[in-house]
Design a protein around this ligand. Structure first.
Ligand code: FUB
Length: 442
């Protein structure tokens, strides 16, 4: 049996490379992202939302398997393919499509992948939490024959303290935790409830430590949709004192949020999700990242979700300016390129004089580039001006866009050249209608 499972995990692992800002994964829906640093890279273990192939889940969460993604620069992501699926876990009901929010940790040379699902023994009801074990962060992972005894619930998070003791946290029937045995597969203590949290629906615990403070973080419905909130304590078992919000609720169109917090190359990041590629159905979600900062007393500064996300964009790549850092109040709109395949991404529409857009952190390298290239469409024709670092700086390129009725790629020369990392500013001086898919420098 073990050999067969290993074989299945291996054949599914076909890596592909993705490049994107927020949302960071653009070849499938991904939710509940747990980010971990393994072998000097960031690995993301998300849920894999799919449009339901079965009637019962058409309006609900539907997940058949897990992929894992990795990145060194938080911009280019490798999809390592399927690591665990509902068909290859002995205890999971094969067509339950309940492979909800997972986690993965490393201990004593092994990677332990924790995931909730519907157990065969439960006649279609409820969740248990199982473990799959691997030698590498991208698998292959071998699922255990049975789920962890003593846990009924979802959203596992495993935290290993500095002394090597591992703790598992989960939700469902309250917010619970227990110690894990050294084998990482069994509980070492009776589950207890986390005290000190605010009233209201809570799920998705994520625990981390920083400067000897323990952070118990969780999605929490304070009003209409889920916020991300946190409490702090001096021990992984609490007590925890509620501190407030990490992220505000979504303005209605996505009911869930679910997150993880990780330090990578001296910067802390919040991984979370939103329904960017599926605005009309909030159970098909996508992973995002933004930077996270602490105050001097250890409390967390609120994270404002951005489209720009994190990481440096190479000037020679196709820069998706629709993932902007800031835009003018009027005259710029963002829309899908192809409403029938939203994974193709977005376009930026400039349609009035004075409109501007800012896209931060573009790396022009150390040699002067000579021209700008843009994929554009404009039924009216018009001009776009590009500046670096401020709208008051000299224009480095004026792109004259001829009236056209089809997407076309045009080139314009660059003046006042620059090297290094700069913020881009695009602005429009006329009232034409100009659509831009991407721009690039060469
Ligand atoms: O992804 C399914 C469920 O939605 C998760 O388990 C919850 O945390 C929520 O994000």
């Amino acid at each position: 049996m073990v050999k067969k499972l290993l074989f299945l995990s291996t054949i599914f692992a076909i890596a592909s490379i993705l490049n994107a800002q927020n949302p960071i994964i653009n070849n499938q829906f991904t939710a509940d992202p747990t980010a971990r640093v393994f072998e000097g890279k960031i690995y993301v273990y998300p849920s894999h939302d799919i449009p339901s192939p079965i009637e019962r889940l058409k309006e609900w969460f539907c997940m058949a398997d897990y992929h894992v993604f990795s990145s060194e620069n938080l911009v280019d992501w490798t999809d390592h393919g399927v690591i665990v699926s509902q068909e290859n876990v002995p205890w999971v009901t094969p067509e339950s499509y309940s492979m909800w929010a997972p986690d993965c940790v490393f201990k004593d040379g092994k990677y332990y992948f924790y995931f909730p699902s519907n157990p065969k023994s439960s006649n279609g009801r409820g969740f248990a939490i199982g473990v799959a074990v691997g030698d590498k962060p991208y698998g292959p992972f071998v699922p255990q024959a049975e789920p962890i005894k003593g846990i009924k619930g979802i959203d596992p998070c495993v935290f290993i303290d500095k002394d090597g003791q591992a703790y598992i946290y989960w939700s469902g029937q309250g917010m619970s935790m227990a110690k894990l045995q050294d084998n990482m597969l069994e509980l070492a203590s009776e589950p207890i409830q986390i005290e000190g949290l605010p009233e209201g629906f809570k799920e998705g615990p994520f625990v981390f430590e920083r400067n000897s403070k323990y952070y118990y973080t969780f999605p929490w419905v304070q009003d209409k949709t889920e916020t991300l909130a946190y409490a702090m304590g001096d021990s992984p078992m609490g007590p925890f004192e509620f501190k407030g919000l990490i992220m505000e609720q979504w303005p209605s169109e996505c009911w869930t949020n679910h997150h993880s917090i990780v330090e990578y190359q001296n910067q802390w990041y919040l991984f979370y999700h939103h329904n960017d590629f599926s605005p009309e159905f909030d159970k098909n979600r996508s992973t995002r990242i933004d930077s996270l900062f602490f105050n001097s007393d250890g409390t967390i500064q609120k994270v404002i979700p951005t489209l720009r996300g994190v990481g440096i964009t190479e000037a020679k790549r196709q820069i998706q300016i629709d993932r902007y850092s800031q835009v003018s109040d009027n005259g710029v709109t963002i829309d899908f390129l192809n409403k029938d395949n939203k994974f193709e991404g977005w376009k930026t529409i400039f349609n009035s004089s004075g409109a501007w857009l800012q896209y931060n952190q573009v790396n022009f390298g150390d040699t002067n580039l000579k021209e700008v290239k843009a994929r554009v469409y404009s039924p009216t024709g018009g001009k776009i001006q590009i500046r670096l670092n401020s709208l008051n700086n000299p224009v480095i390129s004026e792109i004259e866009i001829p009236q056209n009725t089809q997407w076309t790629i045009i080139n314009a020369p660059l003046d006042n050249l620059s090297t290094g990392v700069n913020d881009l500013y695009l602005s429009c001086n006329d009232n034409g209608h100009i659509e831009i898919d991407w721009i690039s420098f060469e």
